[in-house]
Design a protein around this ligand. Structure first.
Ligand SMILES: C[S@@+](CC[C@H](N)C(=O)[O-])C[C@H]1O[C@@H](n2cnc3c(N)ncnc32)[C@H](O)[C@@H]1O
Length: 403
């Protein structure tokens, strides 16, 4: 539906935000108002404060975010100020419908409305962090655009495993923000998603940080595959997300300085390249879920000290699993040598993916710790191999481990 100008936009948005059943409004995109905008994005949502329903306005500018809470009866004026900015993309969700309003360069307002089924929502307790980062069962534009859920919020059976993986990954991301003190940088958190593929994680991380945790974050997805990058750009435009970008290229080929590096199932040695990218750019956090492990599998031999493991190496599947574990042990150890507190955990159960180990690393330990250097050298000697992570981390790492 096409309507004329800001007046009708103002009426639609005001009725939805101040009316019953309001859930969330996001104002973003190009500011087409008469005066320059002090904000790049504004999010409005109901919250409960001291037992009373308020509307919380989160204003994001290039460096920080500011939050103000108003009783509904006081909210018309601040809402009017936000509408006057003339953001080109406005998305409002109520219990009854989702409303998408796009303002064209010529000032035409394109309105999309979608009825949604679902239960009425109570205001969220102030600052409550949901246990499930992306809940299901209610309409969610992002999940719909990603093809993960239907318009009324039902997760598609074929996307159930991906949906669960993303949610569990986001929980890890939330923990990492605290472990690395990234919630109060005084500037947006920079995130790089390596081997982003169809960008499920990239989009979800951007949405979760900016819109759910109200923590301003810029997210860049990188992948060698031109087609997936083209589709990801298309999707990001459909959800009108600020601070979300994609680049086609190899991991490590970008001049990026992320605070957090993510990699979900980056193929084979692409995981090592993601680790190397994190270390080189001094990222505070790396969360990497490795995928297939071919490189070391080709090299492992039951020779020298490893002769004793011949029975293990005789059977294809045992050999493959050994190679997986040894590869990840080298990676985790290399990260420790490079000054990251590192552990390896099961981030999701195997029913959702067989590749369910996550390497979690937070910067802040001593670089070149002698005990870890010694463990690394002994592991290399035992297997008689040079893992790819050594090449990926380059000269500095080789110097530290005396290779
Ligand atoms: C298995 S997919 C995972 C995609 C996505 N992270 C997810 O979990 O849905 C692996 C992706 O890594 C990309 N990739 C592999 N090696 C790469 C490299 N060296 N640099 C950039 N991307 C790479 C592939 O093109 C592919 O899209």
């Amino acid at each position: 539906m096409e309507t004329d100008g800001r007046e009708s936009l103002s009426q639609i948005v005001t009725a939805a935000v101040l009316g019953p059943g309001f859930r969330r409004a996001t104002f973003a995109g190009v500011a087409r108002g008469d005066a320059p905008s002090p904000w790049v994005r504004v999010v409005v949502r109901p919250v409960e404060l001291r037992g009373e329903r308020h509307l919380q306005f989160s204003y994001f500018d290039a460096k920080k975010d500011t939050t103000r809470n108003y009783l509904p009866a006081e909210a018309a004026e601040p809402l009017g100020e936000v509408i006057a900015v003339g953001f080109s993309g406005v998305h409002v969700t109520t219990d009854a419908e989702e409303i998408d309003l796009r303002t064209t360069k010529k000032g035409k307002v394109l309105v999309g409305r979608r009825a949604i089924a679902g239960e009425a929502s109570a205001p969220e307790p102030h600052n409550r962090v949901k246990d499930v980062p992306l809940p299901e069962g209610r309409a969610d534009r992002l999940l719909e655009v990603m093809g993960v859920a239907t318009a009324d919020g039902r997760v598609r059976p074929t996307m159930r495993a991906k949906f669960t993986q993303i949610n569990e990954f986001l929980k890890q991301l939330r923990h990492a923000l605290d472990a690395a003190n990234l919630r109060s940088l005084g500037r947006p958190v920079e995130i790089l998603d390596c081997g982003c593929g169809s960008s499920y994680l990239t989009l979800a991380a951007h949405h979760y940080l900016n819109n759910v945790l109200a923590l301003e974050a810029r997210v860049l997805g990188v992948d060698v595959n031109e087609e997936v990058i083209r589709k990801s750009i298309e999707r990001s435009e459909r959800v009108a997300a600020n601070g979300l970008a994609f680049a086609c290229g190899r991991i490590g080929g970008l001049e990026a300085t992320p605070d957090i590096v993510l990699a979900l199932h980056a193929c084979d040695t692409a995981t090592d390249d993601a680790i190397s990218q994190a270390v080189r750019s001094d990222a505070k956090v790396l969360l990497s879920v490795p995928c297939c492990h071919h490189a070391l599998n080709r090299e492992l031999r039951p020779e020298g000290p490893a002769e004793v493991l011949r029975p293990l190496m005789r059977h294809g599947i045992l050999r493959e699993r050994t190679a997986d574990l040894v590869t990840d042990a080298f990676r985790a150890l290399a990260l420790r040598v490079m000054g990251y507190r590192t552990d390896v955990v099961e981030f999701v159960s195997t029913e959702h993916t067989a590749r369910n180990l996550m390497i979690r690393a937070v910067r802040g330990a001593p670089v070149g710790d002698a005990a870890f250097v010694s463990e690394y050298r002994e592991l290399k000697h035992f297997w008689g191999v040079t893992p790819y992570i050594e090449a990926a981390l380059g000269e500095r790492f080789r110097e530290l481990v005396g290779a």
